[in-house]
Design a protein around this ligand. Structure first.
Ligand code: FE
Ligand code: FE
Ligand code: ZN
Length: 278
């Protein structure tokens, strides 16, 4: 049983997102806990959250993969930015308690010139204040393309962060196929090798979700420009192998491809087709 969905906008409410995803043929989804470019988050209406929880349970959805704001940077050299980032993280984790048992994914951050080691320490400081045994959400670090001063552009850096998180049962990784490819992991010619490497360095038990994206650029380009499935440099055959790979096939797959709703409907149908073929 595989799970496929895409990013949805929370503006119409939570139950509405569940209904939209059902109408698109999917059985998981992602949403930004607030405006992806930052800013305030809308108050959650408890009845709406409850209605969505019931809907996704009754429809056998896989885990949802919420996404933290792109502006959230726990390891900026700018103290104000860092504090804002931590404030967002803290509030997001609190909001996620309305949706117990799901995932909250975020970009580890950019060290903005302070160096990776310093960046990792700052990320650790933030995470250890919010990831406690009491929370009902698993926090996922996203694999990054290694653009600019991004932390998390290789498996070793994610491992370094995880090693420093006290509450290990609440931390995992979201594998973004565009990012790992851009980061230099050859998903086309050596998918098994990449996943073996992930297992050796991080451990496959931490791999809990996939962002399924093709890439506009070459392996190792460190660019982070997503493309529609099969229209980028990863290509259709490799995308299919990723969806069908036994290590990945039961995880929630979230599309972050440049699409309107109709495009997502088609990609969801395509991935569903691959899932039934395996
Ligand atoms: Fe992301
Ligand atoms: Fe992503
Ligand atoms: Zn990206």
């Amino acid at each position: 049983m595989g799970y496929i969905g895409c990013h949805l906008s929370v503006s119409d409410g939570f139950e509405a997102m569940g209904k939209t995803m059902l109408s698109l043929g999917g059985n998981t989804f992602a949403f930004f806990t607030r405006n992806p470019r930052g800013g305030k988050s809308k108050e959650i209406v408890p009845e709406d959250a409850e209605a969505m929880n019931t809907l996704i349970k009754d429809s056998s959805f896989g885990p949802l993969v919420a996404h933290g704001s792109y502006t959230m940077n726990l390891c900026s050299a700018n103290e104000k930015t860092r504090e804002n980032g931590f404030d967002m993280l803290q509030k997001d984790i609190k909001r996620m308690e309305y949706f117990p048992g799901n995932y909250y994914n975020f970009h580890p951050g950019s060290h903005t010139g302070q160096g990776t080691e310093k960046g990792i320490e700052m990320i650790r400081d933030g995470l250890n204040q919010v990831i406690t045994p009491e929370i009902q959400t698993t926090v996922l670090l996203e694999t990054m393309a290694g653009k600019g001063s991004e932390v998390g552009g290789c498996f070793e850096e994610l491992r370094e962060i995880i090693d420093r998180v006290d509450c290990k049962e609440k931390i995992g990784v979201c594998f973004d196929t565009c990012h790992t490819w851009d980061g230099g992991y050859d998903l086309v010619n050596d998918l098994d090798g990449v996943l073996n490497r992930f297992d050796q360095i991080i451990g496959l038990e931490r791999l809990l979700a996939v962002h399924l994206n093709d890439s506009k650029n070459a392996c190792g380009s460190h660019k982070d420009r997503h493309e529609k499935l099969g229209q980028g440099m990863i290509g259709m055959d490799a995308m299919k192998r990723i969806v069908q790979h036994p290590v990945l096939s039961d995880l929630p797959f979230i599309l972050e491809t440049p699409n309107e709703m109709e495009g997502y409907r088609q990609e969801i149908a395509l991935v569903r087709q691959w899932m039934t073929e395996r």
